[in-house]
Write a protein that binds this ligand. Structure first.
Ligand code: PLP
Length: 360
């Protein structure tokens, strides 16, 4: 069986152990003679799956009891609409603008009310996270939105801002479960599953209970958090297979020692690559040191031709999907939770060899 090291930004690599377990259980789950995909979402067996998924996520992230965990669909992109639809009571939200995804979130929120960009890193091509220490938040804001990890630009918040009484909403699509965070600091955390959680098609929303039930009466029923909260994510047919896969990933994470152990491993992996980038004068990364993501690491060679040649050589060595996002070019190594240390070690070896060959 051929497996490569897949550096895709999403959908991305899943733990091999998880895929193997899913493969083993694919045709007959828990001796039922049915695949998980074939189980009624209201059956006892599936109820156990979704309840265990929620319980394990709560344990992993230390989610307090006054937060609901919702298993939804529509991707993180649907949250760009659901958040303003549910939270914009005063008709005004604050956004920290840190890249392509925050731009999309802002554009969507603008359809529902006023958007105040309270800080932005657009002035330097989004290669850093703006400092919010000096920013005074308008108390009229219904919420403040941040993108904790900017998948395309390769930046991440190292400190979560204290927004006081204003609920903080975070798009955590590309770094959820990668490091320990204090859920209490957030009103809503949302993430598309297809990076650190499981297959595409599932979206996880962690929402403080007091923020539920505030949507206007004309809010479409599927876009109202209350609908999903009251029905324990079973208002309609949820993405059952995605929830099952997520539960296997959560189990895998617990087996590794939880988020703290995962974070230590992630930091080690990122350090390997950043150390090499810092010592190289051939490969460079545009991101400010203080704002570096340890999930998505963009880098370039001195020319577009060499970038293309590198991507080809890396592919031949079993390193897939290193091409940077179409909007920024170059390369990007997405090293999510499931990327083994060996994958990053091999990447650095291939980069070192390439540099030796092409550096004059
Ligand atoms: N937000 C961030 C930070 C992302 O990285 C992505 C996808 O890569 C999205 C939002 C969009 O997610 P989805 O495709 O689940 O709608």
């Amino acid at each position: 069986m051929k497996r490569v090291y897949n550096f895709s930004a999403g959908p991305s690599i899943l733990p091999l152990e998880v895929l193997e377990k899913a493969q083993k259980e694919l045709l007959s789950y828990a001796d039922s003679g049915m695949s998980v995909m074939e189980l009624s979402h209201r059956s006892k067996l599936f109820t156990e799956v979704i309840e265990k998924a929620e319980q394990d996520l709560r344990e992993l992230m230390n989610i307090p009891d006054n937060y609901k965990v919702l298993f939804l669909q529509g991707g993180a992109t649907l949250q760009f609409s659901m958040v303003p639809l549910n939270l914009m009571q005063n008709g005004k939200a604050g956004f920290v603008h840190t890249g392509s995804w925050s731009k999309k979130a802002i554009q969507e929120a603008e359809k529902f009310g006023e958007v105040e960009v309270i800080a932005s890193s657009a002035d330097r091509g989004f290669n850093y996270i703006p400092n919010l220490d000096e920013v005074e938040f308008d108390p009229e804001l219904d919420y403040i939105h941040i993108t904790t990890n900017n998948t395309i630009e390769g930046t991440a918040f190292t400190d979560i801002p204290d927004t006081g009484n204003i609920p903080l909403v975070a798009d955590m699509s590309s770094n959820i479960l990668s490091e320990a965070i204090d859920v209490n600091k957030f009103g809503i955390i949302y993430a598309g599953a297809q990076k650190n959680i499981g297959p595409a098609g599932l979206t996880i929303v962690i929402i403080r209970e007091d923020l539920i039930g505030k949507a206007k009466a004309d809010c479409p029923i599927m876009l109202d958090y209350k609908t999903h909260s009251e029905s324990n994510s079973l208002y309609n047919t949820p993405p059952t297979f995605g929830i099952y896969m997520a539960s296997l990933v959560f189990e895998w994470l617990k087996g590794l020692g939880g988020i703290e152990a995962m974070e230590a491993k992630n930091r080690k992996k990122a350090q390997l690559l950043y150390d090499f980038l810092d010592e190289s004068d051939f490969f460079t990364t545009p991101v400010d040191k203080a704002s570096r993501s340890f999930m998505n690491i963009p880098f370039v060679t001195p020319s577009k031709e060499l970038d293309a040649a590198f991507i080809e050589e890396a592919k031949a060595a079993g390193l897939e999907t290193l091409k940077g996002h179409r909007s920024v070019g170059g390369m990007r190594a997405s090293i999510y939770n499931a990327m083994p240390v060996e994958g990053v070690e091999l990447l650095v070896d291939v980069m070192r060899e390439f540099e030796k060959k092409h550096h004059d």
